[in-house]
Design a protein around this ligand. Structure first.
Ligand code: TXA
Ligand code: MG
Length: 329
């Protein structure tokens, strides 16, 4: 597989899923859809494949990867579950929740994928193609979002191709991702802590736990991580940056700006896309990254973004928008 120069794009039927599983087993890199965003998969136990994955993304090697598994039984082979982790896994797996847990002493995930941490991030995706791939491969698959490091996450096969053509072996195309923002990350290493808001709203998690989640320093202060154990290193402030300047909470666009609208839009003759004309946060999450990419590609120097409410998925949407607007590193 690795000798193949091009990147194959296959419609995600059962033959393609078998081909993708064989590619992973041979140390290849396979992009596949999940309910949140497209992931770039590699065999979690294969150090060389993981090194290629970091190179393909241009990702700083200190940033650890999420291991995707088919079910909680497979997750138990990698990490230790405390009582809170048990509750959250029972309530939300499969689905858009990643748990950061203490890894087991015999955890087979390559040290490179964990960036030397003694914790491991685990996720059981609900997307049928992701599940079929994990079943066919029958092992843990590390998968960061399938974009070049620092770009917005891909929610379609075309986005993956635009970023990674020629750098990876295969893309399984199964249309747009239904959730559209990355998984929510919660560390269960003592007091459950929200490391990244995402596709599972915080309120739902807190209802199951019966109390509020602690917030990580990265969420509060939005600064580069000091302690890898309590901060998701990918939460660097400008991680989700388009090339254009991004101006938040815009009531109306200024001359020459592209407009990212939410709800009823103002009259505007310039370039405009609407996250959700009817003001629906679920629809807005689905459109967020594709609209940011499209407005960036329009060549506008700046993107004005209308206000988005903070409840439910609005927390994750506003988090990604704030990162898109942060000064570039
Ligand atoms: O929805 C998702 O989570 C997607 C799909 C493909 O599953 N994946 C994804 O992966 O967003 P990635 O690599 O782009 O983001 C994973 C985040 C990074 O911010 C990383 O620093 C953090 O998870 N992370 C991974 N392992 C960690 C650990 N042991 N402790 C703290 N943070 C960790
Ligand atoms: Mg990412």
């Amino acid at each position: 597989m690795t000798a193949e120069p091009g990147t194959r794009v296959l419609k995600a039927d059962s033959a393609a899923i078998e081909a993708a599983a064989s590619c992973l087993a041979a140390g290849g890199l396979v992009a596949f859809p999940t309910e949140t965003v497209y992931g770039l998969g590699a065999d979690a136990r294969h150090g060389e494949a993981i090194a290629r994955l970091y190179a393909a993304k241009g990702r700083p090697a200190f940033n650890p990867l999420i291991a995707h598994v088919a079910n909680i039984e497979a997750a138990r082979e990698l990490a230790q579950f405390d009582a809170d982790a048990e509750k959250l896994a029972a309530a939300f797996w499969p689905g858009p929740l990643t748990l950061v847990l203490l890894k087991r002493a015999d955890c087979p995930v390559a040290a490179l994928a964990l960036a030397g941490l003694d914790s491991v991030a685990l996720r059981v995706p609900s997307h049928p193609t992701a599940r079929a791939l994990l079943k066919a491969f029958n092992g843990p698959v590390v998968a960061p979002s399938a974009n070049r490091s620092g770009h917005v996450s891909p929610t379609s096969a075309a986005h993956v191709l635009a970023d990674l053509r020629g750098r990876i072996d295969l893309i399984l195309d199964d249309g747009p991702c239904p959730v559209g923002v990355e998984s929510t990350i919660v560390a269960c290493l003592g007091q459950p802590t929200l490391l990244r808001s995402g596709g599972l709203p915080r309120e739902k998690i807190e209802r199951v736990l019966g109390h509020a989640l602690a917030m990580s320093a990265a969420n509060e202060a939005d600064e580069a991580p000091q302690k890898l154990e309590v901060i998701a290193p990918g939460m660097l402030s400008s991680h989700y940056a388009p090339k254009a300047l991004v101006r938040l909470d815009a009531q109306e666009p200024r001359n020459g700006e592209a407009l990212l609208a939410f709800g009823p839009p103002p009259a505007y003759t310039g370039t405009m896309l609407n996250l959700s004309p009817r003001g629906d946060l679920i629809e807005a999450a689905t459109n967020l990254f594709s609209h940011l990419r499209a407005l960036d590609a329009s060549g506008a120097e700046a993107i004005a973004v209308m206000p988005v409410p903070h409840d439910g998925l609005g927390e994750a949407i506003n988090d990604r928008l704030a990162r898109a607007a942060a000064p570039k590193q």
